[in-house]
Design a protein around this ligand. Structure first.
Ligand SMILES: Nc1ncnc2c1ncn2[C@@H]1O[C@H](COP(=O)(O)OP(=O)(O)OP(=O)(O)O)[C@@H](O)[C@H]1O
Ligand SMILES: C[C@H](N)[C@H](N)CCCCCC(=O)O
Ligand SMILES: [Mg+2]
Length: 228
């Protein structure tokens, strides 16, 4: 079995990349082979622009200790769009389209090329059911890959329902859920531990926590290594 895991979000801009980068750094520090992909990325300027360094792709390449180059960028994020919108809309802004079959085929090829003892982390785009193409959401992409998911949520007011709704969606569609990661949201009115404890009461899987500026928690690293 490949150690490939899909990093899904209960929403957008809630910490998927932050968690994925922290997890990547931790696994590398423990000499666990890991490769991290962000196949579809929107809100991404051209590699030549200074702001590229703030993109998911740049952050994930840095976490892997990889330099930013046209080659490493293309290998991490082959579908990049400038508009900070859902990929179908961002693509349309550039007169482009994205086909789910192409995305799935590329991901399957990367999964197949991953050594059996290595971990492959694939970050989705936006929230779990954010549109990826005009016809399909990220859930269809995840189902087509038949990978287990790690679900990232925030801790903002409303995050509990968003997390439980995404978890229930994954359960109802038979997508294995390795765990949740509650990533502390800036200015959240409720302590991270309180939000995580509340979510924990409603899901049958581990719920990990990462505070603001926090590193990957031990339990999360252990859970991911166990899947490799
Ligand atoms: N625990 C945290 N500590 C500090 N900053 C954080 C934390 N979690 C998220 N952030 C910051 O919040 C912003 C959004 O996080 P991030 O980019 O990881 O979200 P995302 O879910 O990957 O978004 P997208 O849907 O665009 O991929 C980033 O600037 C990130 O650095
Ligand atoms: C720009 C943002 N950070 C993401 N890259 C794309 C988020 C798309 C969200 C679509 C939606 O679910 O409303
Ligand atoms: Mg991201």
């Amino acid at each position: 079995m490949s150690g490939a895991i899909f990093i899904a979000g209960a929403g957008t801009e809630i910490g998927k990349t932050y968690v994925t980068a922290a997890l990547t750094r931790r696994l590398l520090a423990e000499d666990q082979a890991v490769r991290t992909l962000k196949p579809v990325a929107s809100g991404v300027p051209p590699v030549t622009e200074a702001d590229f360094r703030f993109s998911d792709t740049a952050i994930l390449l840095e976490a892997q200790g990889l330099a930013v180059s046209p080659e490493t960028v293309a290998a991490c994020s082959p579908w990049r769009f400038r508009a900070p919108l859902a990929p179908d809309l961002a693509a349309a802004h550039e007169g482009r389209t994205l086909a789910l079959a192409d995305l799935v085929a590329w991901c399957r090829s990367e999964i197949a090329a991953t050594p059996p003892d290595a971990t492959l982390l694939i970050e989705g785009v936006g929230g779990l059911m954010s549109p990826v193409t005009e016809e399909h959401t990220g859930l269809a992409w995840l189902e087509a890959l038949a990978l287990p998911a790690l679900l990232v949520s925030g801790s903002y007011l409303g995050a509990i329902s968003h997390a439980l709704t995404a978890a229930e969606t994954l359960r109802s569609r038979g997508v294995p859920l390795l765990g949740l990661v509650v990533c502390e949201s800036e200015g959240a009115p409720t302590p991270l531990a309180t939000v995580a404890a509340s979510i924990r009461r409603h899901v049958p899987v581990p719920v990990h926590e990462i505070g603001r500026g926090g590193a990957c928690p031990n339990g999360l690293a252990q859970a991911i290594r166990a899947h490799a």
